[in-house]
Design a protein around this ligand. Structure first.
Ligand SMILES: Cc1cc2nc3c(=O)[nH]c(=O)nc-3n(C[C@H](O)[C@H](O)[C@H](O)COP(=O)(O)OP(=O)(O)OC[C@H]3O[C@@H](n4cnc5c(N)ncnc54)[C@H](O)[C@@H]3O)c2cc1C
Length: 319
C-alpha cells in the first residue's frame, strides 16, 4: 500500500474506529464516513473483555487474545478508559468456568462464602473493563493524531463512501441494508448507568442464553448495570420497566446499589450473525470491499484482532 491511496471506512463504532486507527497509523490515508460518531451500539457496551453471543470459536479466540494484549497495554494510560479490574462471574447452578476465563490473571474458583445468596459456583479473575464513552473518545483522538478524517453522513450504499481504493465495511447492524446481509440480526441490550456507591469490582452472572442478564461494571464515579439480550429486537428506546428490573436484579446482589442515582440509559442492538465477517469481497464494479462486522456481543473484545486482520486484507487488495 502506498501512503497516497485513500481507504474509506464506513462506520465509527468500535470496529470502524479501531480499523481506522490501525490503517492510519500504518501510513494509510483513511477517511471514515458514518451517520453516528461514535456508534451508539459501541457506546452502549459495558464493556468487559470476554466473548458473548459470537462465533466462530477458533477465530474468536484468536481475535480476542490479540485484543486482550492491546487492552492490557492501554491500561498504562488512564485517558484510554481501559482498566484492569478484578471481579466475579457466578452462576446459580454448579458450572465449570468458561475456558476464556481460566487463563486470565488471578483466576481462581470462589469459596461459597464469597458469593451472593442463591449462587452455587463462581470464579474470580482480573480482566480489562472499558469505559466506552471515554475509550471511543480516545480512539477518535488517536485517529485524528494519525491524520485520519471523519465525515458524518448516512450512506445509501457502500459505494457512496468513495472515491477510495478500498472500502472497509464496519457498519455494524447497518450492514443489513448496505451489503445487503439478511443473516445479520439485532440482539437488543439495555444498560442503566448509576452513580457509584463505592464499587471497585465487577460482577457478572452466567445467565446462559437468558434474555435477562445481571452484571455491573464500575467505571470510577459511575457504574454500568446490565442488562438484557432480546433476540430479534432493534428498538433503541429506553424501557422504564426493563430499567427498573435491571436495577432490582443488581441491587439484590449488591445492596449498595439500592440508593444509586440513575444517570443515563444506554441501549444498543448487538449486530449478530452466524459468524463474524472479516473478509474481502471484489464487487461486480471491481470495487474491493473489506468487511468487518457482525461481532454480536463481543465487538469490543474482538476489536483489535479483527481490525488488524481487516487492515491486512486492505493491504493485500492494494498490492
Ligand atoms: C448492551 C450491550 C452491552 C455490550 N457489552 C459488551 C461487552 O461487555 N463487551 C464486548 O466486547 N461487547 C459488548 N457489546 C457488543 C458491542 O457493543 C458490539 O459488538 C460493537 O459495539 C459493535 O461495534 P460496531 O462498530 O460493529 O457497530 P456500531 O457501534 O453500531 O457502529 C456502526 C457504525 O456504522 C455506522 N453506519 C451504519 N449504517 C450506516 C449508513 N447507512 N450510513 C452511514 N453510517 C452507517 C453507524 O452510524 C455507526 O457509526 C455490547 C452491546 C450491547 C448492546
Amino acid at each position: 500500500m502506498t501512503a497516497g491511496e485513500r481507504v474509506a471506512i464506513v462506520g465509527a463504532g468500535v470496529a470502524g474506529l479501531t480499523t481506522a486507527v490501525v490503517l492510519a497509523e500504518a501510513g494509510v490515508s483513511v477517511h471514515v464516513v458514518a451517520e453516528q460518531v461514535p456508534g451508539v451500539t459501541s457506546l452502549a457496551a459495558g464493556a468487559m473483555w470476554g466473548p458473548y453471543l459470537v462465533e466462530p470459536k477458533d477465530k474468536v479466540d484468536q481475535w480476542g487474545q490479540r485484543s486482550l494484549e492491546v487492552f492490557r497495554e492501554l491500561t498504562a494510560d488512564p485517558a484510554t478508559g481501559v482498566r484492569l479490574t478484578s471481579g466475579i462471574e457466578a452462576s446459580r447452578t454448579a458450572e465449570a468456568p468458561p475456558d476464556w476465563a481460566t487463563a486470565l490473571p488471578g483466576f481462581r474458583a470462589c469459596e461459597l462464602a464469597e458469593l451472593p445468596t442463591g449462587f452455587a459456583s463462581g470464579y474470580r479473575f482480573t480482566v480489562p473493563l472499558i469505559d466506552m464513552p471515554v475509550y471511543l473518545g480516545y480512539l477518535l483522538r488517536r485517529l485524528d493524531a494519525a491524520r485520519g478524517t471523519i465525515e458524518r453522513r448516512r450512506l445509501g450504499s457502500l459505494a457512496d463512501a468513495g472515491p477510495a481504493s478500498v472500502i472497509v465495511n464496519c457498519a455494524g447492524l447497518g450492514a443489513q441494508g448496505l451489503v445487503p446481509d439478511s443473516g445479520l440480526r439485532p440482539i437488543r441490550g439495555q444498560h442503566v448507568v448509576v452513580t457509584n456507591p463505592g464499587l471497585t469490582e465487577f460482577f457478572s452472572e452466567d445467565t446462559g442464553l437468558s434474555p435477562d442478564l445481571l452484571c455491573f461494571y464500575p467505571h470510577g464515579d459511575s457504574v454500568v448495570l446490565g442488562g438484557t439480550a432480546i433476540d430479534g429486537e432493534g428498538d433503541l428506546t429506553a424501557n422504564d420497566k426493563v430499567a427498573a428490573n435491571i436495577l432490582a436484579r443488581c441491587a439484590e446482589v449488591e445492596p449498595r446499589l439500592v440508593d444509586a442515582r440513575v444517570l443515563e440509559h444506554r441501549i444498543g442492538a448487538r449486530p449478530t450473525r452466524s459468524a463474524v465477517r472479516v473478509e474481502a469481497e471484489c464487487r461486480e464494479d471491481a470495487t474491493v470491499v473489506v468487511h468487518n462486522y457482525g461481532h454480536g456481543g463481543a465487538g469490543v473484545t474482538l476489536s483489535w484482532g479483527c481490525a488488524e486482520e481487516a487492515a491486512n486484507l486492505v493491504a493485500a487488495a492494494n498490492r
